[in-house]
Design a protein around this ligand. Structure first.
Ligand SMILES: *Cc1c(COP(=O)(O)O)cnc(C)c1O
Length: 397
């Protein structure tokens, strides 16, 4: 029994490729070729050279002394926040841009919500000199103006999605429409372990460099590649998938995924997908998603834009369903407090998404001998406005 994807693109009963017929040739081309391409020696060479010289890998694995003292255990921080552009997302976009070149694609499209994946895509396209079109909801463009300007500065065209709620799902629809109309010359870069097979597996494999490095770094620091716990926040699930990947089939390592409870799991303003979700199809794969009794997707809420997603990648749906992964949910307020706690304890201002992973330390009883790895998915610069805005509400001193 393996927790990896099976040959049909499923994780247990989750995954697959539920796409309209018009999109089938695009997805099928990718499915037939992605493994051959990404495991090719020249691909691996180019990918790892760029990860090293451009992204700044390997990212450090930092022993957090003061945090460890506070929780009476050994806590290591995997510093994805130190990647170029400030988060793990670039690992995936660099990999997919090399893949796109191997597939002879000249044009890149992507969708983005908060703009983080759009920025990581625009970055990779500028690096390779490829045309870049990012679809973004009109409402999100107004909310995330800085990221819109970052993308434009790097030469990307940001196209507003003006239908529906004018947010992420509408941008996704526009991107899919574009791909249907441009099947030959265009590659669609999806930003998390979501979407139709092979995307969840492709993105997980590109992000798996995170756990590959953790294994080597822990071996060097503590004499064993295996921690007792790996903890990561989950929106779609790509940073968690990368941090879990090489431990999926190793039962000695506990996998802890942390979702956003928003204002509370039962408040009606939440993004706790595994807790509230039921099986359904979202963005081309069968997974757990928040939906009404008649199958309408429920609008999620989280203070962190990156966790504000009504679904979860099929790998994680299966980790939850099988019990292999333990899932926690953390409220806006708990995440906010954890962000200030970790800033003051270690001098690291985390992204609001990442703060959810830190907040869960209060919910688990660790042994003094445990080795705990937390994946620091991103840095908090982008969230400073939110930290300023809610400080008086959430932080008392
Ligand atoms: C986008 C983002 C996330 C959530 O995406 P995953 O695919 O679940 O990793 C988490 N942290 C940061 C910093 C992000 O930018």
């Amino acid at each position: 029994m393996s927790y990896q994807v099976d040959s049909n693109g499923y994780y247990g009963t989750f995954g697959g490729a539920y796409v309209p017929e018009m999109l089938f040739p695009n997805v099928e081309e990718l499915r037939q070729q992605y493994m051959d391409i990404i495991f090719e020696e020249t691909f691996q060479e180019e990918f790892h050279q760029l990860l090293r010289d451009y992204v700044g890998r390997p990212t450090p694995l930092f022993f957090a002394q003061r945090l460890s003292d506070k929780y009476n255990t050994s806590i290591y921080l995997k510093r994805e926040d130190l990647c170029h552009t400030g988060a793990h997302k670039i690992n995936n976009t660099i990999g997919q841009i090399i893949l796109a070149k191997r597939l002879n694609k000249k044009r890149i499209i992507a969708e983005t919500g908060a703009g983080q994946h759009g920025v990581a895509t625009a970055t990779a396209c500028a690096l390779m000199g490829l045309e870049c079109i990012v679809y973004m909801g009109e409402v999100d463009m107004a909310r995330q103006k800085l990221n819109v300007e970052r993308m434009r500065m790097m030469g990307a065209e940001v196209r507003p999605a003006k239908t529906g709620s004018r947010t992420l799902k509408d941008a996704t629809n526009e991107a899919l429409r574009d791909w249907i109309n441009n099947p030959v010359d265009t590659h669609y870069i999806i930003g998390s372990v979501v979407g139709p097979h092979p995307y969840p597996d492709l993105v997980a494999k590109l992000q798996s460099v995170i756990s590959e490095e953790i294994q080597m770094q822990l071996m060097e620091k503590v004499g064993s590649p295996d921690p007792d716990y790996v903890i990561a926040c989950v929106g779609g699930g790509s940073n968690a998938a990368g941090a879990f990947y090489h431990y999926l089939d190793n039962p000695n390592v506990q996998l802890i995924a942390v979702e956003a409870a928003g204002k509370g799991v039962h408040s009606g303003y939440s993004a706790a997908t595994t807790y509230l979700g039921k099986p359904g199809v979202l963005h081309g794969s069968k997974t757990l998603l928040m939906q009404t009794d008649d199958g309408q997707v429920v609008e999620p809420h989280s203070i962190s834009a990156g966790l504000d997603y009504p679904g979860i990648g099929p790998m994680h749906a299966h980790l939850f369903d099988s019990g292999r992964g333990k899932f926690y949910s953390v409220t806006d307020e708990e995440a906010f407090k954890a962000a200030f706690m970790i800033s003051r304890t270690e001098g690291i201002i985390p992204a609001l998404e990442t703060a959810h992973a830190f907040a869960v330390l209060d919910n688990i009883r660790f042994e003094p001998t445990d080795i705990v790895v937390i994946n620091v998915s991103g840095r908090g610069d982008k969230d400073l406005q939110t930290y300023i805005q809610f400080k008086d509400e959430y932080i008392k001193d």
